[in-house]
Each structure stands twice: as C-alpha cells, then as structure tokens.
Design a binder for this molecule. Structure first.
Ligand code: SF4
Length: 321
C-alpha cells in the first residue's frame, strides 16, 4: 500500500513583527519604530482569499511577547482572539503560534484554536539565542508543559544548524517525547534547517545539508512515539529523501500567502509535490491531526468548523462535498 503523506492547506497571517527577542538568524522581527500590527481589513482579506481557495487553516504567527516591547498586552491578545473569530466565521480553523504565553493567555486563546504551536528549536544554549529571553530552553519547555496540561493539540519542532550538536538534537527530541508521553498533546514535530538570511548574524553559517536533515528525521522517528508525526517543510528542502527517512507530513502549504518566516522560499505546488513524491499518497488533513479530531480534542469554539471540514477518518473532507 502507498505511504500516506499529509499536508494542510493554509493561509499565513503575520499578526505583528514586534518581538522581545533578538535571535541571530531572524529577518522577521522589526524594531518598534518600524513594526506593524496587521490591520483588520488586511487580515480579513487574507482569510477570505484562503476560504475561497479551499484552505482549512489560518496560521496566526507573531513575535514573542510583543507587549513586552510596546505594551498593550490586553489589546493585542483580544485582537488575536478577534482574528481567530473572523477566521472561524469564514470557515477556517485557527492555528496560533504566538511565542511564549502564560497560562491565562493560553486559556484565552485555546478555545478558538484547532491546535497551537511553538518550536522548541533546541534544548541547547546557543550563541544565536543570547539576546532572546524567550529562547531559554527551560522557558520553552515550560510552555510546552503548560500546553500539555491544558490538553492543546500541539506542534513543535527543531531548528537545525543554529550551533547545536547531534547530541543536542537527540536530547531535544527526548524532551519532546517525554512531554508527549506525559500529556499526549504533541501532534507533530517539525524538522527544519536554518535558512541563513543575508544581513543577519547567521548569514555566513552553512545550513544543514539534505543528508543531515534526513539523519535527523530518522533520529526523530526512532525517538518519538509512533503517533507523533515528523513534518518537513517542502519549500526548504527536497521532501523525497526526508519522507524516505521517516517524515510523514509536509505541514501547511499555501496557495495564497508566502512563508513569511522564509520568504525566499516559495511553496511548491501540490502537482509538483505529487510528482516528487510519486509512490506516496498525498492526503489533506486539518490543522488538527485526525486522531485528535476523532477524540474531540480541539478548541471548543472551533468545533462547528471541524465538524464541517472533517471526514469520517478525521482528515479533510474534499472541499465542496
Ligand atoms: S522569536 Fe522569532 S520573531 Fe522574534 S527574533 Fe526570534 S526568530 Fe525573530
């Protein structure tokens, strides 16, 4: 039987590029005098385009604790909730990655989200994270724990090539596996290589090659429980050898918006991916994985949209059916 490789169809909505961190590889963050919060009208336009294009996911992303740079915590959090509500009204399921959140902030957002996310990146302390209080490994692990206690279906992952060793990668995966065994909330782990962007501290670093990515995918497959998917973004590396090594998911692919974190890398079309992954069956899922859909584990406000979009196996129902 052909191997199933999943993906979701999404729109990427950068809520704000304000961020308290100063990661040495970042080209997304802007200083307060040049930063922006996406206007409601612009967000709504992206959401509408996503709905018209058959997407199921609205990926809301923003810098880490922007209110520590510019204040207005309540205002920004409630705006985020409002954007989630707009997405749900349009028939899209929110997946929010809003950096480190306290428990009350997670509780506020979780009901509106099908799933949420935060890259662990690494449990090692690396020089590229020196200016980033939100990248202290303990702080990120605590966030993953909070999400687990609240039973939020969760996406996390490793960023490779930022100064961590192979042993660090194994240790990071062991931490994620332990968290999942305790809480049962990790739906997928992204294995992603650094994209050293010009003008950043990381610009002269050599990104991990395909062989190293494949070795890490295989390592992840060995360490993680079988129900936790290994995801590889197909705009950053050829997915074929990575699927061969054990990856089973391609993440969100957008027919509408760019990858705002890696804007130099456009999404391949689904036709191109089908060609590259001939021998596999590409199957569309929702931003919450089938097992969680069938178990009814997702934000309560997202339930009516999950019911509309999911098929009997918990995958995406073909649009229009
Ligand atoms: S947390 Fe994200 S947005 Fe903030 S500096 Fe680091 S990479 Fe950039």
């Amino acid at each position: 039987m052909a191997r199933v490789v999943t993906f979701s169809r999404n729109v990427f909505i950068p809520v704000t590029d304000l961020c308290r961190n100063l990661c040495g590889y970042c080209s997304f963050r802007r200083p307060p005098d040049r930063s922006r919060v996406i206007p409601r009208r612009e967000a709504l336009q992206i959401i509408s385009q996503g709905a018209e294009s058959g997407c199921s996911e609205a990926l809301f992303s923003m810098g880490d604790r922007p209110w520590e740079v510019a204040g207005r915590r309540e205002e920004l959090l409630h705006y985020l909730v409002e954007l989630c509500e707009l997405a749900l009204e349009a028939g899209l399921l929110p997946h929010t990655n809003a950096g480190i959140l306290e428990e009350d902030e997670l509780r506020l957002l979780a009901p509106y989200n099908a799933s949420m996310g935060l890259m662990l990146e690494t449990t090692a302390q690396v020089p590229l994270h020196l200016g980033s209080p939100g990248k202290v490994p303990r702080v990120r692990i605590e966030h993953l724990e909070r999400a687990g206690r609240l039973q939020i279906p969760f996406t996390t992952g490793l960023l490779l090539g930022i100064g961590e060793s192979r042993e660090d990668r194994a240790a990071s995966l062991e931490v994620i596996a332990r968290l999942h065994r305790t809480h049962g909330h990790i739906q997928e782990v992204i294995i992603q290589g650094l994209d050293p962007k010009p003008g950043t501290e990381a610009q002269s670093l050599t990104p991990p090659g395909i062989q190293e990515l494949a070795q890490t995918v295989a390592l992840a497959r060995r360490i993680l429980p079988p129900e936790v998917a290994v995801q590889v973004p197909p705009n950053l590396a050829d997915p074929r050898p990575l699927v061969k090594a054990g990856a089973s998911d391609l993440g969100g692919i957008s027919p509408v918006t760019p990858d705002w974190i890696n804007p130099r890398h456009p999404w391949p079309s689904l036709e191109r991916l089908r060609e590259r992954l001939s021998g596999c069956t590409l199957r569309e899922r929702l931003p919450v994985y089938p097992g969680y859909v069938l178990a009814g584990k997702y934000g309560s406000r997202a339930a009516p949209v999950v019911a509309l979009l999911a098929d009997g196996d918990g995958y995406r129902r073909p649009p229009g059916s």
